[in-house]
Design a protein around this ligand. Sequence first.
Ligand SMILES: [Zn+2]
Length: 253
Amino acid sequence: MIVRLNPVPCLPLLPEIPEAVPAEGLLLRLSQSRSPDRNWANLREGASLPEGMELVSLREVWKLLGEEAFVEAGRARQLMDWYGETNFCGRCGRRMADHETDGARTCESCGLTVYPTVSPAIIVAIERDGKLLLARGLNFPKGRYSVLAGFVEPGESLEEAVQREIFEEVSLRVKDIRYFGSQPWPFPHSLMMGFTAVWDSGEISIDPREIGEADWFAPKEFPEIPPSISISRKLIDDFILRHRRKESFPVRP
Ligand SMILES: [Zn+2]
C-alpha cells in the first residue's frame, strides 16, 4: 500500500500519483461506493513513488495512519485481490465479466455469478472465576497471547462454531455465549465476530497443532497481549474493565 508520510501522514489521493493506473468498471464503482472522492489504483510497474510517499504493508497502514485508514485500505486490498482472482469462471473456465448492477462478476458462458469473498470467523473471550483464557497460537509473534479464534465451517451457526473451536483447541465446553461486536480483518478476507462466554466444563488440554500454551489469567497476571486496535484486544480490555478491582495494575499499550 502507498502512504503519504510527509508533510502529514495519510492515504494519498489519486491525482498525487501520476504513475498510477486507476481502477475501471466494477472496481471503480466499488471503490467509490464508500468514498466518492477516492478510488483505487495500481502503480505502473517500475514506477517511482512521488516524494514523501512510501510503500508499506497493510499492517503498517494501521500503525501509521490508524483504524479508519486501515479499514479503507483493507477493503481496497480485498476487493482488488478478489477481482484479480475472478477473471475466469471456476465452473467452466471461460471469461468473467462485471455484473451490470451488483458488485459481482458473471460468467459470459455459463452464467455463474460470484461475489467478493468474505470468510466469517469467531473470536471468543472465555472467563472462569474472574480469570480469562489466553492462549499462545503457534503462528503468533514470540511471547504474544490472545483469546481463541477460528473460521466458521459451512452449515454451522456462529454459536456452534464457538463451541467446536473451543473444544478442538483447548477441550473446554462453554455457556452463556453472547455477541460482542465484529471487525473486518483483511488477512486475506475475514470478518471476525467477537463473543464472550463462560467456562462450563472440562480442563484445558491444548491441540498442539494450533496452540503452544493456554491458561487462565487474572488481569494482574496478563502476559503480552495484542495491540489496541484489534477485536481480540477489545475483548480483553472489556474483560479487564468488567473485573477491575480497587487495586491498580499495569496494562501494556
Ligand atoms: Zn462459466
